[in-house]
Design a protein around this ligand. Structure first.
Ligand code: ZN
Length: 539
C-alpha cells in the first residue's frame, strides 16, 4: 500500500552494508526509521530523491575519532557530516572529557589541551559523562555519538600525572569511576598507551579495568603501547588483555611507525588471526593515510611528562635533563614511541600551534632551522617546545603505503578518521583525514586502485564498526533500522583536502540523512541537528 512517507529515495544502487553485491532498489523513510526497502516504491513522500547513478548506503560509522572533544564548539559537525559520517564512536585513545575530578581539572585541561579547539569557553561544569552528554544534546548535534570511557582520563582523575604503580585501593577507585560511566551507557573503554598518564598503567592494571568492561559486554579499544620498534610486543599485550579479561579488543589505527618497522603489520595481523582462532575477539581499524597526527608532546619520552605538560616544560629548563632526553631520542634507548626517529625532523609538520599559528603547516626541520639557525637541532627543538608552552598538534609522515593497503584490505579491519571536528572556515592545518577519509576510501582504494570492492569498502565503514561496538539497528539498510543514510556518486567522489590545504569538503557526497532528517542535501549542510547520543542499554 502506498503511504505518505517522509522521504523516498529512488533509482539508487543500494549497497546495504553487509558486503553483499549492490542491487537496484528504492528506500522509504518514515520518521526516524527505514520503513521499506523494495525494488520499486511509489514516489509518495514529502521529499523524493532521484538517486540515479548514485550509491545509497548506510550512514558511515566512524569507529575511532576525537569529535567529542569539540562537539560543543562544532554542533554542526561539518567536517564529519559532509563526508557522510552519521555516527561517531568517541572517547578514543584514552582521551575524554570525563570523569572530571575538580581537584585535577587543571591537569585534564593540559592533557586535552592540544586536542581542544582554541578560543572556546568550555565551562567545565560537568563531572560524569551523563552530564557532559546532556550539555552536548542541549546545544544540538548534527550526527550521532556513541561514547567510550577512557582509561587515560580515569587514571588522571584518580592519580594525576603520577607514573608509579597504582595501589589496590586506587585501582578500586578507577573501577568505580569506570562502572559509573558504563552505567551511563558507554560502549566500553579506550586506552592510549603512549600518552601519559594512561601509559603509566602496567598491563595488570589495564586487565583489572577491562574485566569491568567485560562485565558490561563492552569493547576495549587500544592505541597500542607502541606502534614502532615494539609493535609486535604491543599487539601481544592487547591479545593478553583480551584473553585475561575475556573482553572484545579493537586495535586502534593499526600501523607500523618508522621506516625500519615497515612490514611488521603482516606479522601482527597474523598474530591477531591466530588469537581469533583461539577465541579472542580481536579486530583492528586504520585510516587511509601514510601520515599520523597527534600532540607534539608525543615526541617526548614518557618520564618527562610526570606532572603533566608543566612538568615537562620545567625539565626542559634543565641542561642535564635536556642532554638525557636528546640522547634517549637519538639512540632510541628508552621504551617509547620514537616519533622523531620514525618520521625525521622534515617528516613532522605542525598542524596547529595556538601560541603562533605562523608555524601551522611547516615542518619541524624548517621551523627549527629558521628560528634557531646554527643551533643543535635537539636544543632548538627544546627551545621551541618552551616557546610554544608544549602546545601544538602535529602531522607525522611515518608509515608505508604498502602497510596502509595491507591493513585496509584485511577482512577484519574497519576504516576510521581518527579526526577532530573542524570546518572549512578554519585556519589551522589539520590532517586531511578530518575531511577526506571517506571520499579517499572510495576514490583511491575502490575506484583508482581497485584493491577493495565498493561493497566491501561500504561494509568497513558501516556494519563492521557497528558490530565491533555492538550498536544495534545501525550500519545496514534494513526495514526497522535507523534512517541514517548516505547517497554518493562512486564515479565522481573526490577527496579535496590535502596536507597543505586541508580545509576542504569532499566532492560527490550528495545527501546525508541522520535519524530520518536531511542533514546534507545536494552537497550542502541543511543546518539540521538530528544527531543523538547513543547509549548502550545496561541490562
Ligand atoms: Zn590514537
Amino acid at each position: 500500500m502506498p503511504r505518505n512517507w517522509d522521504i523516498v529515495i529512488k533509482n539508487a544502487l543500494l549497497v546495504d552494508g553487509t558486503g553483499n553485491q549492490g542491487t537496484y532498489a528504492d528506500v522509504a523513510i518514515a520518521g526516524d526509521k527505514i520503513d521499506r526497502v523494495d525494488r520499486r516504491i511509489p514516489a509518495t513522500a514529502k521529499t523524493v530523491i532521484d538517486a540515479s547513478g548514485a550509491v545509497l548506503c548506510p550512514g558511515f560509522i566512524d569507529l575511532h575519532n576525537h569529535t567529542d572533544l569539540a562537539a560543543l564548539a562544532y554542533p554542526y559537525c561539518e567536517s564529519h557530516i559532509m563526508q557522510g559520517i552519521t555516527t561517531s564512536v568517541v572517547g578514543n585513545c584514552g582521551l575524554s572529557m570525563t570523569p572530571l575530578e575538580p581537584r585535577n581539572l587543571h591537569l585534564l585541561k593540559q592533557y586535552l589541551g592540544p586536542f581542544l579547539p582554541a578560543g572556546f569557553d568550555w565551562g567545565w561544569d560537568w563531572r560524569q559523562s551523563g552530564e557532559y552528554h546532556r550539555r552536548i544534546e542541549s546545544s544540538g548535534l548534527s550526527m550521532n555519538m556513541a561514547p567510550l570511557s577512557s582509561q587515560g582520563s580515569i587514571r588522571l582523575a584518580v592519580r594525576g600525572f603520577d607514573s608509579s604503580e597504582s595501589s589496590p585501593s586506587e585501582i578500586e577507585e578507577m573501577k568505580r569511576l569506570l562502572r559509573d560511566e558504563l552505567e551511563e551507557g558507554s560502549w566500553g573503554m579506550s586506552a592510549g598507551l603512549i600518552y601519559p598518564p594512561g601509559c603509566y598503567a602496567v598491563t595488570e592494571e589495564i586487565i583489572e579495568l577491562a574485566k569491568v568492561v567485560s562485565d558490561y559486554g563492552g569493547v576495549y579499544t587500544t592505541h597500542l603501547r607502541n606502534e614502532g620498534d615494539r609493535l609486535v610486543e604491543a599487539v601481544d599485550e592487547a591479545i593478553e588483555i583480551g584473553r585475561s579479561a575475556k573482553v572484545k579488543v579493537e586495535v586502534s589505527h593499526h600501523k607500523a611507525l618508522g621506516r625500519h618497522n615497515w612490514g611488521k603489520v603482516n606479522a601482527t595481523l597474523r598474530e591477531m588471526e591466530k588469537a581469533r582462532k583461539e577465541g579472542v575477539d580481536i579486530s583492528c581499524d586504520c585510516y587511509p593515510y601514510r601520515a599520523c597526527s597527534t600532540t607534539l608532546t608525543a615526541c617526548m619520552p614518557p618520564w618527562t611528562m610526570v606532572g603533566g605538560v608543566q612538568g615537562m616544560l620545567e625539565r626542559l629548563k634543565d641542561t642535564e635533563a635536556r642532554k638525557r632526553i636528546a640522547s634517549e631520542i637519538r639512540d632510541s634507548s628508552v621504551e617509547m614511541e620514537n616519533m622523531i626517529k620514525g618520521s625525521g625532523w622534515e617528516g613532522i609538520l605542525i598542524a596547529s600551534c595556538p601560541v603562533n599559528h605562523e608555524f601551522d603547516g611547516k615542518s619541524l626541520a624548517e621551523i627549527l632551522s629558521q628560528t634557531y639557525p646554527n643551533r643543535d637541532i635537539y636544543e632548538a627543538f627544546f627551545d621551541f617546545m618552551l616557546e610554544i608552552n608544549g602546545e601544538a598538534s602535529m602531522v607525522a609522515f611515518a608509515m608505508d603505503e604498502a602497510d596502509v593497503r595491507t591493513v585496509l584490505t584485511h577482512p577484519m579491519s574497519s576504516v576510521i578518521t581518527d579526526a577532530w571536528l573542524t570546518k572549512a572556515e578554519a585556519t589551522e592545518k589539520p590532517h586531511p583525514r578530518s575531511y577526506g577519509t571517506m571520499a579517499r576510501l572510495f576514490q583511491r582504494y575502490v575506484r583508482e586502485e581497485g584493491v577493495l570492492s565498493l561493497e566491501d569498502a561500504v561494509r568497513k565503514v558501516t556494519s563492521q564498526p557497528a558490530t565491533v561496538v555492538g550498536l544495534p539497528n545501525r550500519g545496514l539498510v534494513r526495514e526497522g533500522f535507523a534512517a541514517d543514510l548516505v547517497v554518493f556518486r562512486p564515479d565522481s567522489i573526490y577527496e579535496e583536502s590535502t596536507f597543505q590545504t586541508p580545509n576542504q569538503y569532499p566532492r560527490g557526497i550528495d545527501h546525508v540523512i541522520v535519524n530520518g532528517r536531511m542533514t546534507v542535501a545536494f552537497g550542502r549542510h541543511t543546518g539540521a541537528l538530528a544527531g543523538r547520543i547513543l547509549k548502550k542499554t545496561v541490562i
